[in-house]
Every structure is written in C-alpha cells, then in structure tokens.
Design a protein around this ligand. Structure first.
Ligand SMILES: Cc1cc2nc3c(=O)[nH]c(=O)nc-3n(C[C@H](O)[C@H](O)[C@H](O)COP(=O)(O)O)c2cc1C
Length: 367
C-alpha cells in the first residue's frame, strides 16, 4: 500500500517519496533578478529525499520582465538567471533530490516601479485589484492594469515557451505552471475578473483558452512528462473574486490538461494559506470530482499536517502532499514526519526579503 514515504513516478520524474516543498516566494534574488549562493544553500538543505523533500517546487519565477509583481523575485528569462538556477539544480541533484521551477506571470498584481520603464501591468482586464504588493518603497497598492491585446497574448504564450526551455537548460527536472492565486492565468480563467469580449473572454472555453494554450506550448517544448500545473479553484487570493461556476470551469480545465497528459496537477484546497472550508461563505467545491478527471499524479496543498497527509495518501485522495510553511522551518521535513518529531514553526517576520541566513538557511535539522 502507498504511504507518504513510498516512491512515485510522476511523469518522467522519479520521486523517492510523496513529501513536496510547495512553491514559496522569499524575495531574495540578486541584481538582475538572479538566484544567488544563499538561495543555492536554502534549496540544497531541503533536497536530500531521505530527510528533506521528495520534490522541491521553487519559488514562483517570472517568465518575463512584465511577469514580475514583487521586489527581488527571481526570473527565468535571462542567461544570467539560467546560470544562477543551474547552481541551484546542480546542488539539489548532488544531494539526490528533484526540483521543478514554478513559472509565473503576475498579470495585474504588480506595480509600475517593478516593471520595465515604469510600464503599466497587464491583465485580462483594465480593472485593478484591491490589494497591495511589495516594492522598493515598501507595501503599495497595485497599479491599474491594461488589457493584453491579442498579439501580446501570443507573445506572452511564447514567453512561457522560452521560460520552459530555459528551465530545462538550467537543469530543472520539470516546470510547474502557476495558474493559481489570482495571478495572470487565473485573471483569465475566472469570470469575476475576465471581462473580455474576444476569443479569450466570455465562455468558459474562451476563459480557459490561455491556460490550455500555455500548457500546450510547454508540452510541445519540453514534454508532458516534465510539466505540472497549480490550480486554486476557490481561493480568494489577490482579490480575484469567485467564478460564477468554479466546478464547471475547473473540470473543463482539468479535462484539457488530462488530454495533454500532464505529469501532475497541484490543487490548493480552499483559501491559499487560510481556511480549507469556505462553506460558511456559501463557497463549496467538489475536489474529489476534479481528481477523478485526471489520470496523472494528484498533488494537494493547504494546511496539511502529518495525520492529514498520511490519511490523504493512504486513502487515495492524493498522490503527493505539498507543504508550504512547514518546508520553510523544517529543512528535514521528511525525516520529522517519518519519526513523528515536532515541527518547527517559521519566523513570520522573516518570510519575505533579507540578505542573510536569518529565517532562511538557519533553521536547524534534527540529528
Ligand atoms: C512565504 C510564502 C510564499 C509563498 N509563495 C508562493 C509562490 O511563490 N507560489 C505559490 O503558488 N504559492 C505561494 N505560497 C502559497 C504556498 O505555496 C501554500 O499554498 C500555502 O502556504 C499553504 O500551504 P501550507 O498550509 O502548507 O503553508 C506562498 C506562501 C507563503 C507562506
């Protein structure tokens, strides 16, 4: 019988166990949005499958300069960034670990000060989100976006393709498409945000078009066995609003992903980093029904502890469990889960930014 510590073949990626490090933005890239040596050390510490994690998903990394929405997040579009990430993947592989990169375009969750020549952020819409981002001047309301034109949508899809190619050049085992948490792809998916009247707006099929086209070009470029995706059907993150029919929308999306043969689907259950159950607010979603539509590996996330994770794998509700905050504070997360040892809690004041080891690479391992 499968358990949290048993191996799994995920597309082309052979994993020693089911414990996954969730994507975690830490805002620590160097000039040029290039991964640096402290980032190499951070991922290396979490890489050894027997003690660290079976799979690492990197922090979200922008596919283009226009895809950035927060200070000092790394990119995967320049040769310098590819070289920086190569040091990370070499270190992870030297420990026997596996690592995929989360490919990110923030869309409207950005600020003119973070974009080339003070450009306006882009989205499916001209409506601004009521949320803040983090800039060189501290927290600031996000800037009003403009809607992408059709030629710009085609260019953005090509940016995803190039980013996936760069990821393989940088030595990654695969990529995870970030279609969650209110960023660009979700800004197209949900009718609470997408108000277009062209082929990328209106019907569910039109709103899902960008996500499925992005997945298609990435599969063409690097193969389905190295491609995963993150979805968050009912998260309210980043003021995205609720879709009028999330069940139908995400079932349509997952059926399309199944046809493409993606290696895995990664779902955030409930509000990202918040409640798993939103039924008090009248928001429900049938996650098991979604899983039934996908033959590949099914990864779940959001508020999992040891007991929930073990139960989800043993009862077949999921194949992989992604841990966010526990992976920040426990470089030896698999070891602690296996031994049922106490988990350290992260220093919440040091989640984002900084240049030293404090709250980043100084969390101890047991033993
Ligand atoms: C510091 C921090 C950074 C995060 N960055 C990302 C990110 O880059 N991409 C993403 O999809 N989710 C991101 N998330 C969400 C986590 O991946 C995860 O969904 C969330 O923490 C819930 O899982 P947990 O209860 O195991 O922590 C982030 C969360 C935290 C706390």
């Amino acid at each position: 019988m499968s358990n949290l510590f048993s191996p799994l073949q995920v597309g082309q990626i052979a994993l020693e166990n089911r414990v996954v490090m969730a994507p975690l933005t830490r805002n620590r890239a160097s000039a040029g949005r290039v991964p640096n040596d402290l980032m190499v050390e951070y991922y290396r510490q979490r890489a050894k499958p027997a003690t660290g994690m079976g799979l690492i998903i990197t922090e979200a990394s922008q596919i283009s300069p226009m895809g950035q929405g927060y200070l000092d997040t790394p990119g995967i579009y320049s040769p310098e960034q590819v070289a920086g990430w190569k040091k990370v993947t070499d270190a992870v592989h030297a420990e026997g670990g596996k690592i995929v990169i989360q490919l990110w375009h923030v869309g409207r969750i950005s600020h003119t000060s973070l974009l080339p020549e003070g450009a306006q952020p882009v989205s499916s819409t001209e409506k601004a989100a009521n949320t803040k981002t983090y800039t060189a001047e501290g927290f600031a309301p996000v800037s009003a976006p403009r809607a992408l034109t059709l030629p710009e949508i085609a260019e953005t899809i090509e940016d995803y393709r190039k980013a996936a190619r760069n990821a393989i050049e940088a030595g990654f085992d695969g990529v995870e498409i970030h279609a969650a948490n209110g960023y660009l792809l979700e800004q197209f998916l949900r009718d609470s945000c997408n108000d277009r009247t062209d082929a990328y707006g209106g019907s569910m099929e039109n709103r899902a078009r960008l996500t499925l086209e992005v997945a298609t070009v990435i599969v063409e470029e690097i193969g389905a066995g190295r491609t995963g995706i993150r979805l968050s059907p009912i998260t309210p993150a980043n003021d995205i609003g609720q879709d009028s029919n999330p069940q139908a929308l995400f079932e349509y999306v997952v059926k399309g992903l199944a046809r493409l043969g993606l290696a895995y689907v990664h779902v955030v259950e409930g509000a990202t980093g918040g409640p798993r159950d939103l039924s008090d607010e009248g928001i429900t979603f049938d996650f098991p029904a979604l899983k039934k539509l996908f033959p590949g590996a099914w990864m779940v996330n959001n508020g999992y502890d040891r007991a929930m994770a073990m139960d989800a794998i043993e009862t077949g509700k999921a194949d992989l469990i992604a841990f966010g905050k526990p992976a920040i504070a426990n470089p030896d997360l698999t070891y602690r889960l296996e031994k049922n040892a106490e988990l350290a809690v992260p220093d919440m004041k040091r989640l984002y930014g900084g240049s030293g080891p404090e709250g980043y690479t100084d969390y101890p391992s047991l033993g």
